[in-house]
Ligand binder design. Structure first.
Ligand code: HEC
Ligand code: HEC
Length: 216
């Protein structure tokens, strides 16, 4: 059925250009995506068959708003280095470069939103103000010490050095402001109508300062 295949290929390339990824979010080749899909069987136990996540076991990877923020490098570093202290081990000894590139391409294939331009300007705010905000708003899901699953439940370990070393200020600012669609991580943006709390850019920066000052 070459005609049908041709039509399908046309559809697929149409979806591939329906949004504008950032330069550091380049989509992989179809070969990389299918290799990654095969390898993802190892990850599915915690992250879900289609990357939908399993609360308390593995965060959702299939989140377009999240993928619009994170870079390929962030994803591959997380796979390579893992998140020491959590169930996300380092996969470097089990996955070679080709496997990791495939996994990144497969995960990237779930993005459907334009890449978000990150603001990496120096942080404003103060760690003291950040501590109050963190304790009153974020600790409920991420744990009082930021340990995540092992401490509280639904959120990941955002107080851990392993995570903070992989995440840039620009990425953290964007995730906190925009949230992670299809998860309990709602946007905290000043203007968001669905926010649990509306935070100013200064307040978001204060929280990041607090997390960085207390990373463990
Ligand atoms: C035994 C469970 C488990 C397996 C298997 C696993 N992960 Fe994870 N993964 C986690 C946990 C737990 C986290 C979050 C840890 C934290 O920061 O609190 C995570 C985080 C991640 C993240 C960062 C996303 C985010 O929102 O923080 C990526 C990317 C990722 N894993 C990819 C993979 C890939 C690819 C595989 C397969 C090679 C894999 N994981 C296998 C449990 C697992
Ligand atoms: C109602 C629960 C809830 C609250 C409140 C909450 N979060 Fe989250 N957060 C989550 C969940 C759940 C995830 C991960 C979703 C998943 O499973 O993929 C997350 C993910 C994140 C991430 C991405 C972490 C990663 O591993 O990539 C950051 C950063 C973050 N939250 C920061 C914050 C900050 C800062 C606050 C307070 C202003 C906050 N969160 C409040 C539930 C919450």
């Amino acid at each position: 059925m070459p005609r049908l295949l041709f039509a399908l290929a046309g559809l697929m390339s149409a979806t591939a250009v329906a949004f504008e990824p950032r330069a550091d979010q380049s989509p992989g080749t179809p070969e990389q995506v299918s290799h990654g899909k095969e390898k993802f069987a190892t990850c599915a136990g915690c992250h879900g068959e289609a990357g939908e996540g399993r609360v308390g076991m593995g965060p959702r990877l299939n989140s377009s708003s999240y993928l619009a923020i994170v870079s390929n490098d962030f994803i591959s570093r997380t796979i390579r280095e893992g998140r020491p202290g959590t169930n996300m081990i380092s996969w470097a000894s089990m996955m070679n470069d080709e496997d990791i590139a495939g996994l990144v391409a497969y995960i990237r294939s779930w993005q459907a939103d334009d890449g978000v331009q990150l603001n990496d300007a120096p942080l404003t705010g103060t760690a003291d103000a950040g501590q109050k905000l963190y304790m009153s708003i974020c600790s409920r899901c991420h744990g009082r010490s930021g340990a995540g699953y092992s401490e509280a439940g639904s959120g990941t370990g955002i107080g851990r050095k392993a995570f903070l070393d992989q995440a840039s200020d620009g990425m953290l600012r964007a995730v906190i402001a925009k949230g992670k669609d299809n998860t309990a991580m709602r946007p905290f943006d000043e203007k968001s109508p669905v926010a649990v709390a509306n935070l100013s850019p200064d307040e978001i920066d204060s929280i990041i300062k607090y997390l960085r000052a207390n990373a463990w």
